[in-house]
Structure formats: C-alpha cells, structure tokens
Design a protein around this ligand. Structure first.
Ligand code: FVH
Length: 294
C-alpha cells in the first residue's frame, strides 16, 4: 500500500546525500535534512528543505528516514542512540557496505522495531533522478519497501533484489567489482599509450569503442559458460592468453611502467593452465577465484 505521509528525512548531505535530498524536493516531498557539518544544509534549505538541528529532530519528522554516510560503522554510531526515535519508522540505508554489515544493521533494527531496508546506489550523484540510474534494495520487510517505493522512485529506478538484507550490498559490490576491474584496465591502457606521448584525448575514442565491443560480448558469453559449465572456447583460449601476457608485462617495464595491476592476472592464468584448463576460455577464471582453491 502506498504511503499516505510522503515526508522524508535525509541524514548525511555529502555529494550523494545532497543529490538524493535535492531529487526528493524536486519531486515534491516534504524533506527534512540533517548533516554533521550543519553548513551543508544551506543550499537544500534554499530549495525548500527543512534543516534539523539534531538527528532526533530529523528522524521524528518523517516515517521514512534515508541515511547516506561514508561508512556503515559511522551509520551504526550515529543511529544507535536514535533507536527509540526510529522505532515504528522505515530506515533506508544507502551507505556503501558489505552484506555482513547490512545483516547486522538489519538485526539491530528489527530488535528495536525499525523496518530496515538496505540499498546500493548504482549511480554517481550527477545521475540521481536521471534515466540510467538505479538503486538496488533488499530487506526482510518487503511491505515497508512497497509502502515507500513511490518516494524512493524519485531518486532513481528501484530494483528489489530480495529478503536477505545483505543482497543489495552483494549485488552492489559485484557490479562495482566489474567496474573497478575495468577502471584498472583503462588506467593501465592510458599509462601505456601515454608513455609513448600519445595524448589520452586522442586515444579515448578507440579505447571506449574497444572496451564497449569487448564487454558487450564477454559479459553475456561468460554468463552462459558459467551457468552451463561449458568453458571450452573457439574464441580465445587460456593457453593463448597465458602466452600473450608476458608481452604486456615486458612492454610495461620497457615503457617505465609498473606491472603491479597485471601480475595477478598472469598468476591466475598460470594456475589455470597448470590445472589443465588450457583449452578453456576466460570464463574458467571465475571458477578459480574461490579462496579454497588457492
Ligand atoms: N559519490 C559517489 O559517486 C558514490 C556513488 C555510489 C554510492 N556512494 C556511497 O554513498 C555514500 C556517501 O558518499 P558521498 O559521495 O556522499 O560521500 P561524501 O561526499 O564524502 O559525504 C560523506 C557524508 O558522510 C557524513 N559523515 C561522515 N562521517 C560521519 C560521522 N561520523 N557522523 C555523521 N556523519 C558523517 C559526512 O558529513 P560531513 O563530513 O559533511 O559532516 C557527509 O555528509 C558512501 O557510502 C559512498 O560509498 C557514493
């Protein structure tokens, strides 16, 4: 059932919290804001937000409380004393964290009669309330999510990923893992081409199109191989990749660059081939990352 009182409180007005509060205001929500450094409430107050002087005052202003701080240990430290004020309300935590932290916060919230929803924001602040941005949500109280979903939809597309409070964080970290792998590759590519004096801006269109073309095929292709268990490839075997990788490491060294980002890939390829997977494709690597195999 959609909420009747659509007011909302936002705790934490960093880059992301400010974007979230601003989106809520633009969508017409009665928005109360609190930040440790009070001066950050100013621009939002100018947009119509109500600045609260204390966390308690902010929490008591709305049935839905959104928190977005640097880390979950800070969320816990901030909100533990607020349990009586939060009781009977819904707490949506959009702070980046681990599945374990989310489950612990959910247990704490449940003990105190607080409906807890964990979230993972798949957007940068500038993308909030624009197409392409989405937020993953999970938690034991799916009814609380259904109640507040219309408000949350003002921030970004909503994606519910299940009743395990840790699920949103797991999806979030998995998606960010793919992004960080790509960031490392892009950083190394710019360093290599830049070592020969080629301006990054000149190389960027080639790199962008190449990464896009490769991921467009690789991501679904690997998924198919992993789910079917069929890793044999007619595209690019682990043996071929293992043989090629020293060329990269040597070139980095010759160009005066560090090899630290790519050495782990050589280690993993060597192990894969040693274990008999030379004819398999790159999807096999995902099966070798489990800790008990090292
Ligand atoms: N910015 C981004 O692109 C990413 C996108 C995906 C989601 N992340 C996560 O969002 C969380 C907040 O990130 P942020 O970019 O808003 O971070 P900051 O601008 O540095 O703001 C941090 C806010 O946290 C407040 N804060 C820090 N420690 C405490 C504390 N002990 N008690 C109360 N508040 C605290 C800080 O307050 P202040 O420094 O202004 O007083 C800011 O409001 C984060 O989990 C990202 O991973 C963003």
């Amino acid at each position: 059932m959609p909420e009747k009182n659509n007011s909302v409180a936002v705790l934490g007005l960093g880059l992301m919290g400010t974007a979230l509060a601003s989106a809520l205001l633009k969508a017409g929500h009665d928005t109360t804001v609190w930040n440790r450094t009070a001066a950050k409430t100013g621009p939002l107050a100018a947009q119509g937000a109500r600045p609260a002087e204390t966390v308690t005052e902010a929490v008591e202003a709305a049935p839905l409380v959104i928190v977005c701080l640097t880390s979950n240990d800070r969320v816990r430290a901030l909100l533990e004393p607020e349990a009586p004020a939060l009781a009977g309300r819904t707490l949506v935590n959009l702070t980046n964290g681990t599945p374990g932290q989310a489950r612990e916060l959910a247990d704490w919230a449940t003990e105190h009669g607080i409906a807890y929803i964990d979230g993972g924001i798949m957007a940068v602040p500038q993308m909030i309330a624009t197409p392409g941005a989405y937020i993953l949500y999970s938690g034991t109280d799916e009814q609380a999510y259904a109640t507040h979903r219309p408000t949350l939809a003002a921030l970004a597309e909503t994606k519910w990923v299940g009743k395990d409070p840790g699920a949103a964080a797991l999806y979030d970290l998995s998606l960010l893992t793919g992004m960080y792998g790509m960031v490392m590759g892009v950083a190394q590519a710019y360093a290599l081409i830049g070592s020969a004096g080629v301006p990054a801006r000149e190389f960027a269109p080639l790199l962008k199109d190449w990464v896009h073309a490769m991921t467009a095929g690789l991501v679904p292709g690997m998924a198919e191989a992993l789910d079917s268990g069929r890793h044999l490839t007619d595209v690019s075997s682990l043996a071929v990749n293992q043989a090629a990788l020293p060329n990269f490491l040597d070139a980095f060294t010759q160009q005066g660059l560090s090899t630290e980002l790519f050495e782990p890939l050589q280690t993993l390829l060597d192990r894969a081939v040693d274990e008999g997977y030379a004819a398999d494709g790159l999807s096999r690597l995902a099966t070798l990352i489990k800790k008990d195999r090292i």
